[in-house]
Ligand binder design. Structure first.
Ligand code: SF4
Ligand code: SF4
Length: 486
């Protein structure tokens, strides 16, 4: 007869199940409905990345929302109080590995363990991964790990294989490898690669929460060692100090002695096993509630038309999931006028099209949601400095355009929504390693403005380093450096 599961483990599986199922549903809905955040906006690690970018350049990363910072704050608070409790109780990717681990156990009837010598070396890998991500986030303007992120690939499975492969080929391959690996070894990604696990492992050095072993009652049955998914040797220590411990409590709930041989302790004092669990749930759920109350953490973004009716709409509120009809209605613009400004053909790009699908439908590479924001700002005659700038001005759709007739006459083609003229700071240096997106971010303008300024063809990829496209597009870095300064 199967052994009854301890209530703590039932609670943990419910917690992980809710996070995994909830995240999966949101990522599917994101592809189908407007206003549902992407997986990028739900990943706590994005909070660290965008904070790094903010500290380095005073701006947040595209695709990252304030909600990431709330979630990352919750992970840090959890890490300081309860070590890697987040990994054991709230991580969707940990849960996914657990599901595949369970499948593997059903098939092979056993768990495999990486030899201790190799395991010890591999565990250090997650720290250089974390350092590399922080470095590249600091020095670039993009969500640098996105194409390689297996969780991001998982969150985009519903876009279909061709799009998934185009955007997340590496992340998808990693995802498959990790899930196959999880069928043999517990939590391979958490142990060896996860940068958020590395952050939590560092935070776990604050010794507030620990599992302690009572030597006088321990019968050295080694059950605790066998059930530990992180291969911590519990049976030989007085207190579990390992940065690998994810506070899953599997060892505690598996310990067979009548008088407990493993106890949870907080600040050195033994506590009921449920105490750290309740504190952990309170911290994470509390942070989510505070995020909701302050509007920083959103699971459903308000519709553009709702924002318009409240008079709080802003050009920056336009999302890739908005449709042209919604944008036009919310900002009080005629759809035809918007299409003319963007140079789009309504037959190719119907007004029910989501902005993010424009590039594929119209065949305009580099067409971004910001292109539409610039176009709307231009039609309304209001300033808009670009996605990364903090100076976006609220648009009042009821207000007429400052000079509609003049703007009508100036209407320009789609991929050129705003004039290329902009001021380039004297100390700005155009590097061959920069992409057009990097330049646009650094100068707070659209990619189209950069393309125009540099005299490049409209279809040039905006996400490739400039030096890599010299031969294909026939320019030299010297000419580009001259043009950007003109
Ligand atoms: S030591 Fe115990 S609580 Fe920590 S990861 Fe291993 S089984 Fe879980
Ligand atoms: S499971 Fe309990 S009794 Fe067995 S070795 Fe671990 S602490 Fe000792």
């Amino acid at each position: 007869m199967a052994k009854k599961m301890h209530p703590v483990q039932i609670a943990r599986r419910i917690s992980l199940g809710i996070v995994l199922v909830g995240l999966t549903i949101l990522t599917i809905l994101h592809q189908k409905m407007q206003g549902i955040p992407s997986i990028d906006a739900l990943d706590p690690f994005g909070g660290l990345e965008t904070l790094m970018k903010f500290l380095a350049g005073g701006e947040f990363i595209k695709k990252i929302e304030p909600g990431n910072i709330v979630l990352f704050g919750a992970v840090v608070a959890l890490g300081l109080v309860l070590s890697r409790f987040f990994c054991g109780w709230f991580c969707a990717f940990g849960a996914l590995q657990g599901v595949f681990g369970w499948i593997g156990q059903k098939i092979y009837k056993k768990r495999f363990v990486v030899p201790a010598k190799i395991d010890k070396v591999l565990r250090w890998l997650k720290y250089p991964v974390l350092a590399a991500i922080i470095y590249f986030t600091w020095t670039t303007a993009s969500l640098v790990i996105r194409p390689y992120d297996p969780l991001a690939a998982f969150g985009h499975l519903s876009v279909g294989f061709p799009d998934l492969w185009t955007e997340f080929a590496v992340g998808f391959v990693l995802l498959i490898l990790i899930l196959i690996g999880s069928m043999f070894y517990d939590r391979v990604f958490c142990k060896y690669i996860c940068p958020l696990g590395a952050v939590n492992a560092i935070l776990s050095r604050v010794p507030l929460f620990r599992i302690k072993r009572v030597e006088s009652t321990c019968i050295s049955c080694f059950k605790c060692d066998r059930v530990c998914p992180m291969n911590v040797e519990v049976s030989t220590v007085q207190a579990v100090n390992s940065p690998e411990c994810i506070a899953c409590m599997e060892c505690v709930t598996a310990c067979p002695t009548k008088e407990p041989s493993l106890v949870a302790s907080l600040a050195g004092k033994a506590v009921n096993l449920w105490t750290p669990i309740i504190i952990g749930l309170a911290i994470y759920i509390g942070a989510a509630l505070i995020g909701q109350a302050t509007n920083m953490l959103r699971f459903v973004a308000p519709k553009l038309t709702d924002l318009a009716s409240k008079g709080t709409i802003n050009v920056a509120d336009i999302k890739g999931s908005s449709t042209y009809a919604e944008v036009a209605a919310a900002f009080g613009i005629e759809t035809e006028r918007l299409y003319r400004e963007l140079g789009l053909d309504m037959k190719k790009v119907p007004e029910t099209t989501k902005l993010k699908d424009t590039a594929a439908l119209a065949g305009i590479e580099g067409f971004e949601t910001d292109t539409v924001r610039f176009a709307v700002a231009k039609i309304l005659g209001i300033p808009y400095a670009g996605e990364s700038a903090a100076t976006n001005t609220a648009a009042k759709p009821s207000e007429p355009s400052a000079a509609p007739q003049a703007q009508e006459q100036q209407a320009s083609p789609a991929a050129k929504p705003a004039a290329a003229a902009f001021t380039v700071p004297a100390d700005f240096v155009l590097e061959g390693t920069m992409t057009i997106q990097d330049v646009a971010k650094a100068l707070s303008v659209s990619t189209q403005q950069v393309i125009q300024k540099l005299g490049l063809p409209a279809d040039i990829p905006v996400d490739k380093p400039l030096r890599d496209m010299k031969d294909q597009y026939g320019y030299t870095m010297t000419t580009l450096k001259d043009k950007i300064k003109q």
